[in-house]
Write a protein that binds this ligand. Structure first.
Ligand SMILES: *Cc1c(COP(=O)(O)O)cnc(C)c1O
Length: 426
């Protein structure tokens, strides 16, 4: 059986039988090919992952865990789930891995469900300082269920977490769990400090490394598993470059609690096509070349940040130590993040508007935008391209209402992109 033929034939059937959805797919392929993706939580997955995502594993019900399932016919699903788990343990140095969470939010909910009672006190990073919605934002059900106390970074101290304030907060509120992790924070963490404070007040520790899972796997950022964290959670579709999904890494003592919290506590059948994609992704991340990728993501982020700042842009915390940066558009250009996002959209550069620490503006018109390099690096873009990209971003934001400038920049962006193919697209 020729698999290339199968993929082509499946695609032809879609084109013949559902023109509407096929046209949308073709449009999205074109959009991804012609534009530069700078949303820090996005990436282009491997062609091998696309192959298993669109495979017959999606037909299979596999409630339970390898060797202990509620349905027959698990000979091959057990192989992929066992492989994914052992690759995850090896990659992060963890004692146990659960690879079934359908995505990042249910992954975090599963840890909370396993370890907390409603009303328990938890420490989490403030949303405007970079924390995620699942770390206690009142709009999330996890925010309503538990008593969240928020801590902040100190933007004037290079974005360092204010650990003195965190220790005082922990002593005052006696949390059961200390959560660290972020979606919009351009620095690395001092995990030893978090762990010491948690130990001091008898709290458990959780690091949600969803954004930087791939950078930890590639050895360029600190790994909370090395610091004795009880739970480390990560999405699989961001810097790890896999299918959409989530993983929970934990110690042996919490294995049963976590596994039964994911299923049957929170979910029904796992998405086995996705678990197969996670296994492939983790295999790729164990290859030596993945370290080169992780290093290039960081080098590109540093280069982009330096070129933007040289052109007068103001970055939150004054730079970056990871794959992302937060640009204060109000301070830099006198426009809000929504205007900036829309102007960049017009030139085929995709980013997202972003609140900045203690943002005076509302979430749909925040002061900043968030930019990141994992996706552009996957396409093979390097330091020279980052230099050009910074020039285009600066021109676009300075001249956001000048249609002729925007049209010229868009042409240059799309021309560059035509030289950097998207993995999995012809
Ligand atoms: C992206 C992200 C999540 C949630 O992932 P989804 O797959 O969107 O549910 C959770 N935590 C952090 C820190 C994230 O960045």
């Amino acid at each position: 059986m020729n698999t290339e033929y199968a993929a082509t034939r499946n695609r032809d059937l879609l084109a013949e039988n559902d023109a509407e959805i096929h046209a949308a797919l073709a449009g999205e392929e074109r959009r991804q090919r012609l534009g530069i993706e700078l949303i820090p939580s996005e990436n282009y997955t491997y062609p091998e992952v696309l192959a298993v995502l669109g495979s017959v594993f999606t037909n299979k019900y596999s409630e339970g865990y390898p060797g202990r399932r509620y349905y027959g016919g698990q000979e091959f699903t057990d192989v992929i789930e066992r492989t994914a788990r052992s690759r995850a343990r090896k990659l992060f140095g963890a004692e146990h891995a659960n690879v079934q969470p359908l995505s990042g939010a249910p992954m975090n909910a599963a840890v909370y469900l396993a370890m907390l009672e409603p009303g328990d006190t938890v420490l989490g990073m403030d949303l405007s300082h970079g924390g995620h919605l699942t770390h206690g934002a009142p709009v999330s059900h996890m925010g309503k269920l538990y008593n969240w106390i928020r801590y902040k970074s100190d933007p004037s101290a290079g974005g360092r977490i204010d650990f003195d304030a965190l220790r005082a907060t922990a002593i005052e509120h006696r949390p059961k769990l200390v959560v660290c992790g972020y979606s919009s924070y351009p620095r690395d963490y001092d995990y030893a400090e978090f762990k010491a404070i948690a130990d001091e007040v008898g709290a458990m520790t959780m690091a949600d490394v969803s954004h930087i899972g791939g950078l930890i796997a590639g050895g360029v950022m600190s790994n909370p598993c090395d610091y004795g964290f009880d739970f480390v959670t990560t999405t699989t579709h961001k810097s790890l470059r896999g299918p959409r999904g989530g993983m929970i890494l934990t110690k042996k003592e919490f294995r049963r609690a976590i596994d039964s919290s994911v299923f049957p506590g929170l979910q029904g059948g796992p998405h086995m096509n996705q678990v197969a994609g996670v296994a492939v992704t983790l295999g790729k991340a164990l290859e030596p070349s993945f370290k080169d990728y992780a290093q290039a993501v960081l080098a590109n982020a540093r280069a982009l940040a330096a070129a933007l700042m040289a052109g007068g842009a103001k970055l939150v915390t004054g730079g970056t130590d990871n794959h992302m940066m937060v640009l204060d558009c109000v301070a830099s250009f006198g426009i809000d993040g929504r205007v900036a996002e829309e102007a960049l959209d017009e030139v085929s550069i995709t980013c997202n508007k972003q609140i900045i620490p203690d943002d005076p503006n509302p979430p749909l018109r925040p002061s900043g935008i968030r930019l990141g390099t994992p996706a552009a690096t996957t396409r093979g873009m390097g330091l020279g391209e980052m230099e050009r990209l910074a020039g285009w971003i600066l021109r676009t934001l300075q001249s956001h209402d000048d249609e002729r400038t925007l049209a010229r920049v868009k042409g240059e962006v799309e021309e560059l992109c035509s030289g950097f193919p998207v993995p999995g697209l012809p």
